[in-house]
Design a protein around this ligand. Structure first.
Ligand SMILES: C=CC1=C(C)c2cc3[nH]c(cc4nc(cc5[nH]c(cc1n2)c(C)c5CCC(=O)O)C(CCC(=O)O)=C4C)c(C)c3C=C
Ligand SMILES: [Fe+2]
Ligand SMILES: [Fe+2]
Length: 331
């Protein structure tokens, strides 16, 4: 139908933006951590062992021992606004909403725990969004993180009669907006130190070595991020992989081993975690607290942990640029 020239403007369909991160427990106690880990570690994308073998190990060993230990670690980094990952993701969502104004409705969700992806999509649809950009906040693509967000969105869409149209933000490991944000953030972090570190160490979350052999691009994308950033900073950036889980061989070198070796060599070091969009247990406890201790005990000199992009200006400029580019495809 062709509308007459004097027809009132037809309202454009609203666009929703859903930022998604991994998820975190609701409270730093063993019960909440157990609930969170049970969901997270039952995801077949995360632990790729047949469920018939894995579930007895998970229920019988992991979930009876790890929650207490992990809850203790969470308690050390918990804030008045809750888990750092939850508080920072909320702040990113609020800041993006302010930046985009009426151009889109912004919400956030967690792949595991709350707020869950399904209800967040429902809320955007209820707010009139017939188009939704889902943005998994993982710069480097990994089946255990990026793909599982797509799976969860797909599972929820299966339950809807009237589905919204979807786009997914692609991984951004080599995107100028990301590299510029990292550069600004690292340069600011280094300038605030009262020492010049011998080594700048980029610590990425680890993955089983097998995932690299099976074709997961994660390892290569981490290396590429570090190489491009090193070119931009004009200094070497060393790469290591943290947070090993289980007995299988994980990507190497391991961050804890590198910190120990650097400590023994009497070096000074600045560590940052470019694969994490927001500071969380793995950065604040594992790197900034435990990593610092390991390094000092090995005899290391000065140590600094440089924060993630979080909701600070360079990180928000990046998220806004990445999101606006995707939204442009709909305008
Ligand atoms: C940024 C990318 C991440 C990848 C890749 C990843 C893979 C991965 N993780 C585990 C096991 C655990 N991860 C845990 C916490 C955790 N992991 C990420 C990110 C990635 N994980 C984040 C952002 C967090 C922090 C969550 C928070 O609440 O702050 C945990 C839980 C904590 C603990 O008990 O140590 C586990 C377990 C595996 C097995 C895996 C890939 C196979
Ligand atoms: Fe993890
Ligand atoms: Fe960890």
């Amino acid at each position: 139908m062709i509308l007459p020239a004097d027809h009132p403007p037809v309202a454009a369909p609203r666009i929703g933006v859903l930022l998604v991160n991994l998820g975190t427990p609701d409270a730093p106690d063993a019960r909440s951590v157990r609930r969170y880990l049970a969901q997270f570690l039952s995801d077949r994308r995360v632990v790729e062992i047949p469920q018939i073998l894995w579930q007895p190990i998970l229920r019988g060993i992991i979930l009876t021992t790890r929650p207490k230990k992990s809850a203790h670690a969470y308690a050390q980094v918990w804030t008045d606004e809750g888990s750092p990952l939850a508080a920072i993701t909320r702040a990113q969502s609020d800041a993006l909403q302010r930046a985009l104004g009426g151009a889109a409705e912004v919400a956030y969700a967690m792949r595991y725990g709350e707020p869950a992806i399904g209800p967040a999509i429902d809320a955007l649809v209820a707010a009139g969004c017939r188009r939704i950009l889902v943005a998994p906040l993982y710069p480097q693509y990994c089946a255990a993180t990026t793909a599982t967000v797509v799976d969860a969105v797909g599972d929820h869409l299966k339950t809807l009669r009237w589905q919204p149209a979807l786009r997914f933000l692609p991984p951004y490991h080599d995107d100028r907006a990301y590299l510029n944000a990292l550069r600004a953030s690292v340069e600011t972090g280094l300038a605030a130190l009262d020492f010049v570190p011998d080594v700048l160490l980029a610590s990425f979350h680890g993955m089983p070595q097998r995932t690299l052999e099976l074709g997961d691009p994660y390892h290569c994308q981490c290396q590429k991020t570090a190489r491009l950033l090193s070119d931009m900073l004009g200094r070497p950036v060393e790469v290591a992989f943290q947070s090993r889980f289980g007995r299988a061989k994980w990507l190497e070198p391991a961050t804890d081993g590198q910190l120990e070796a650097l400590g023994k060599a009497g070096k000074s070091v600045a560590v940052f975690a470019p694969g994490f969009a927001a500071d969380c247990l793995e950065t604040l406890e594992e790197l900034a607290i435990r990593g610092r201790q390991q390094f000092a005990e090995a005899g290391g000199g000065n140590f600094a942990y440089l924060p993630c992009l979080n909701a600070d200006a360079p990180g928000m400029a990046m998220i806004e640029a990445l999101v606006r580019r995707e939204l442009a495809g709909w305008l």
